[in-house]
Design a binder for this molecule. Structure first.
Ligand code: ARG
Length: 607
């Protein structure tokens, strides 16, 4: 990417080095060390370089250094092309040559733009192998709103890392065994009467989830009865006949009991088939699925090995545990007293298997913040077990997502199914299209509404930093004016309709536009914003946080909006300027499209 900041850092460093050389001081300044800032007031210039840090080695005051360096730079031959520099107090302020920068930036945007958009691919992670685990559902109920945040984050981070040159492998662990899975199995077994998703006309993952809800209700009745008779709630839960049956089913399952395994296969098949439809809908894909049922035995072996080596110990009740008080953590059970494995057990097996099959440099687990303790323990234990790559594991923890009070109650009254939420967003977007009487214009209103829904959802979910809890407001997310996905989509659609109006193929090359004509303030701000795109990608990649990109997109759109209002494009009297502005708009559209992909927002040519 044409990076004027970098170019100027090199120039500033060499000017400072010349000054140092002349003074006979045996020190030097590296370009990477030069600090660049944005002056508080645009009147002062485009980039500001503070001179404070050189005072000591130069034995001079910062304003004096700025003066000398400025006069050195004034003599350099390419100054005119790059811009002018002025000493202002302790700062060297640079005013870029707008015409030259505009040309350089836009030439680069259009360079080799055969779909790969190489100008915005920083390549900082080239050669790195990064595995990203995300979504990771349980097979007892459908995906919910929390998964939608997880999915958006995992998919977006994966795309961003790949944009920086990393080789990314997206994986999903399906937690398909355990007592919670047995709960829906048990309810179905006892009351299902051979019903299937087909006979009931219900999406198959929801069908399974409904049995889980049934179980929970029945369990509650039992527990209420027991507590009414004076039992403590915890004991009542453990003692209730239903809970005992579920536990018994788990033991049967782990022992490979034929009938139980058959039922498990059938119900898991339904759950997974339904979830895959939802992934398909939201544009989430995986390179590989792991299954807890396939890895837990390996995890068990690992726990037993740790026991032999004295890393873990056996409790009086027979359970295997580890004492982490030296790490300022609690004691943790790793295998139950009846020998059945628990949630963390399989994670040993899964991690080891993953590393054996694909030696990653980093494995990022995108999982909710309520599991921080779990991952802390997991990483410490893998390290204790002697896996050197334990240090390359990272928990990308994200906060809770809630709906405003009173909106969209789920069947259980707490979480909202992903499908329901997507449906209602789509219906709201569709109603808006109809209200504006744009059905004909957009071609396929339902398809467009679905894409608007996804844009609204993903942008809203990715906007706060991952660690923060958030409130998802469906109505606000869909608003066309404001900091929303649809606002950005609208910006893209507006440009593409402008290009069509100008009789141009939306994806054709810019031809010979004279970009050096684009020197007014709104044009210049827009060009600077375009030039900042690769840095926004790097920032998101470095922090594993797509919100830098969503923020960038909003800034870019605001700059475009101002340009659009202040600079006539198709109506511009000067045909050459009109052409240059049209192509500037096209460049914005290309960057929008590219960045949309990174934050999972569908691009629309009409809306
Ligand atoms: N299925 C788990 C849950 O719903 C999340 C799995 C996270 N990944 C892992 N490797 N433990 O809580």
């Amino acid at each position: 990417m044409y990076d004027y900041k970098e170019l100027w850092k090199i120039k500033i460093a060499s000017a400072l080095n010349a000054v140092l050389g002349e003074a006979g001081i045996d020190e030097s300044v590296a370009a990477e060390q030069v600090i660049a800032e944005t002056p508080p007031n645009p009147e002062m210039g485009d980039i500001g370089f503070p001179m404070f840090s050189y005072a000591k080695i130069m034995r001079k005051g910062p304003p004096q250094i700025a003066q000398i360096a400025a006069s050195k730079l004034a003599q350099s031959p390419d100054s005119e092309k790059l811009g002018t520099v002025e000493a202002q107090g302790p700062y060297l302020n640079v005013r870029l040559n707008r015409a030259c920068a505009a040309k350089a930036v836009l030439d680069e945007v259009f360079l080799k733009n055969n779909g790969d958009f190489s100008f915005a691919r920083p390549g900082t992670l080239a050669g790195q192998k990064v595995m990203v685990e995300f979504s990771s559902p349980n097979t007892n109920k459908p995906l919910h709103l929390g998964h939608l945040r997880n999915d958006a984050l995992g998919e977006s981070v994966s795309r961003i890392l790949a944009a920086c040159g990393a080789q990314v492998r997206k994986v999903c662990i399906i937690n398909d065994r355990g007592v919670h899975i047995c709960k829906s199995m048990l309810a179905y077994k006892e009351q299902g009467q051979g019903k299937t998703p087909e006979t009931e006309g219900i999406k198959s993952d929801r069908f399974v989830g409904d049995w889980y809800v049934n179980f929970s209700k029945a369990l509650k009745t039992e527990v209420d009865e027991l507590t009414a008779n004076g039992m403590k709630k915890e004991d009542a839960e453990a003692q209730s006949p239903l809970m005992k049956k579920a536990q018994e089913m788990l033991r049967k399952w782990e022992a490979g009991d034929g009938e139980t395994v058959e039922l498990w296969k059938k119900m898991n098949g339904w759950a997974i088939e339904g979830m895959k439809k939802t992934y398909n809908r939201t544009g989430v894909t995986f390179d590989r699925f792991d299954f807890e049922s396939e890895n837990y035995m390996l995890g068990k072996d690992e726990v037993l090995k740790g026991l032999e080596r004295g890393i873990f110990y056996r409790q009086e009740d027979g359970a295997i545990a580890v004492d982490l008080s030296a790490e300022k953590l609690d004691k943790k059970i790793l295998l139950r007293s009846d020998g059945t494995s628990i949630y963390i057990t399989q994670d040993f097996g899964t991690a080891i298997k993953r590393h054996n099959e694909w030696q990653f440099d980093r494995l990022i687990y995108v999982v909710g913040s309520e599991q921080q303790y779990h991952f802390k323990v997991l990483f410490i234990l893998l390290d204790k077990l002697g896996y050197p790559w334990a240090k390359d594991l990272y928990h990308l923890s994200y906060g809770m997502v809630n709906l405003p009070e009173g909106k969209m109650k789920s069947r259980e009254g707490t979480v909202v199914d992903a499908d329901d939420l997507l449906d209602s967003l789509r219906d709201m977007a569709l109603a808006e299209i109809r209200e504006k009487e744009r059905e004909e214009e957009v071609g396929n209103p339902v398809e467009v509404a679905e894409k608007i829904a996804l844009g609204a959802l993903h942008y809203f979910l990715l906007q706060p930093s991952p660690g923060k809890d958030m409130l998802f407001d469906p109505k606000e997310s869909l608003s066309f004016n404001g900091n929303t996905g649809p606002y950005l989509q609208y910006m893209g659609a507006r440009i593409s309709s402008m290009l069509r109006k100008a009789g141009q193929n939306v994806s054709s090359a810019p031809g010979n536009a004279d970009f050096s004509m684009l020197v007014t303030d709104p044009e210049w701000d827009l060009i600077k914003s375009l030039a900042a795109y690769p840095a926004a990608i790097c920032e998101s990649a470095a922090n594993l946080d797509p919100s830098h990109l969503t923020g960038y997109l909003y800034e870019l759109s605001k700059c475009f909006s101002r340009f659009y209002h202040e600079c006539p494009i198709l109506n511009c009297a000067d045909p050459a300027l009109s052409k240059a502005r049209l192509e500037l708009s096209r460049a914005v559209m290309l960057v929008l499209k590219d960045a949309f992909y990174l934050v999972c927002i569908p691009f629309l040519n009409v809306m």
